[in-house]
Write a protein that binds this ligand. Structure first.
Ligand code: SAH
Ligand code: F3S
Length: 481
């Protein structure tokens, strides 16, 4: 994903297309986190076997699926607007069926059918393998719902259809669900309990991607550092595993090492790290392998211990600083990014100042910042009053965004004058004469194309920067090619 400082991290959309010779046409749109985009590739793979070919034209579709996000109210509003649009098209094309997937499907369940009358099918994040059966129901004129959350579904056996791919970078999911129960967050309710995917299937998918010419993989999970494979089943049931299962269990740093060793010329990233679960062995494994990128997305949400506690984040401001210090000691040039929430219930001006001072201390390379949005069913919604006025939330949000912009510029300036390895991903959006890629730290680098090609590792001399982009010129191929 391109680096952005934007409160719409979970609100982006992408129309996806795959190629095959099938007859029925699927239009699939995804909103929200990277996991949703990755899930849509799994859905496209399941439906390809059912004879569906994807289309970018809504008007041509036999089946319209929208993979939804519930993280903030705004994300849900966006989806509702899209559903209205699909229904307008359905009036012209009555044979068209509409299905809602993902977190909103899980949160609202059959309410979608009862209250909204806007969809034919509601499918939660763990039920995609049931899509063929659900489609039969829909084809026979009945509405279909499956929102059952699973103990062991990881879709490890499904080879995703790569949609809208640049052919260079891909996401590989390694865990599903989350057990952390941050009090503001709807994810544990919509994506269920945490479970990990078989490392063999992860490595097999990575090898397959390498064979197809991919050069970079991002390992995905809500909380990757908590990855633990012991033969299948929920993370919380690990205690009940046999001694043999415990002795042969694979944790995140071991998985990272397996991946780095399986494809030494492939680059690896991972997202997201939760501070309370990130361990030193992960940082040491990153340092040990050149092909693991020096970048950690380490959301903190707030700089105030009082707010961190109310959010059920299991670490203090001091412990977070210690983790930052360890990262900087072991990997001095590691980029670090944040997620931040302003206006969580009871947040005072003093708490807000603590967030700003934490940012001042870390000087993040970039970040994703949001105003608190109360989500139904979360502990915060049930126990705490959403008492920070919207204008105060917004003012605090603009202050942290402003400070982040200053820090991003401070960080990008550190790259100027250096020669850095960049993986070319695509033409620059602003100029067709330039390539756009990223360095190890995940910063976007643009430079004149010359004879270089997409998918090549190139050494680029950085001459200039903005707060979001490095501008340079290639000085030759990296030895990694
Ligand atoms: N661990 C996850 C977090 C998913 S939510 C991951 O893989 O990134 C992404 C970010 O959205 C969170 O870090 C948090 O900053 C923000 N967020 C979550 N719930 C929110 C809410 N109710 N209001 C505002 N922002 C929220
Ligand atoms: Fe949400 Fe906290 Fe998990 S932000 S996804 S409950 S780590």
């Amino acid at each position: 994903m391109e680096k952005i400082i934007d409160e719409n991290k979970q609100g982006e959309s992408l129309i996806l297309q795959a190629k095959s010779e099938n007859s029925r046409k699927l239009y699939i749109e995804s909103y929200g986190c990277q996991m949703n985009f990755s899930d849509s590739e799994i859905v496209a793979s399941i439906l390809e076997k059912e004879g569906f070919n994807t289309t970018q034209n809504l008007e041509d579709a036999d089946l319209v699926l929208v993979n939804t996000c519930s993280i903030r109210e705004k994300a849900e509003q966006t989806v509702r607007k899209r559903l209205e649009k699909y229904n307008a098209v359905k009036k012209i094309n009555p044979g068209m069926k509409i299905g809602v997937l993902g977190c909103m499907a899980e949160r609202l369940k059959s309410k979608f059918l009862e209250e909204e009358k806007m969809v034919d099918m509601v499918v939660g994040p763990d039920a995609y393998k049931d899509l063929p059966n659900l489609l039969t129901e829909v084809d026979e004129g009945r509405n279909a719902v499956n929102v059952i959350l699973s103990k062991d579904e990881t879709y490890g056996d499904i080879s995703p259809v790569r949609l809208e791919s640049n052919g260079v970078t891909a996401f590989v999911s390694i865990t599903r669900g989350c057990d952390n129960m941050c009090t503001f967050c709807v994810v544990p309710f919509t994506r269920g309990r945490e479970r990990s995917r078989d490392p063999q299937s992860i490595v097999a998918e990575i090898n397959e991607l390498w064979e197809k010419g991919f050069k970079e993989v991002t390992l995905l999970g809500q909380n990757v550092d908590s990855y633990l494979w012991y033969g299948g089943g929920l993370k919380k049931d690990f205690d009940k595993a046999s001694d043999m299962q415990k002795a042969t269990a694979v944790n995140f740093s071991q998985l990272l090492e397996l991946c780095a060793m399986a494809q030494p010329k492939m680059r690896f990233r991972f997202s997201t790290s939760n501070p309370q679960d990130m361990t030193l062995d992960v940082i040491e494994t990153m340092a040990k392998y050149d092909n693991i990128c020096n970048y950690i997305h380490l959301p903190v949400q707030s700089g105030s211990n009082k707010i961190l506690k109310a959010m059920n984040r299991q670490h203090t401001r001091q412990e977070y600083f210690e983790l930052i210090e360890s990262i900087r000691k072991i990997i001095p040039d590691c980029a670090i990014s944040q997620d931040m929430i302003t206006g969580f219930p009871t947040e005072t001006e003093e708490d807000h100042q603590l967030t700003l001072s934490l940012m001042e201390y870390v000087k993040y390379d970039f970040g994703f910042m949001f105003a608190y949005s109360e989500r139904p069913g979360t502990l915060a919604e049930r126990k705490l009053e959403d008492d920070v006025p919207i204008d105060v939330k917004k003012r605090r949000l603009s202050e942290i965004i402003q400070l982040q912009l200053e820090h991003s510029l401070y960080r990008t300036k550190q790259h100027v004058g250096k020669i850095e390895e960049v993986l070319i991903e695509k033409p620059s959006k602003k100029s067709d004469a330039h390539w756009s890629g990223r360095n190890s730290q995940n910063t976007v680098v643009v430079f004149p194309k010359e004879d270089y090609k997409v998918g090549e590792f190139v050494m680029v001399k950085i001459n200039d920067c903005t707060s979001a982009t490095l501008i340079g010129e290639a000085v030759g191929y990296s030895e990694n090619n």
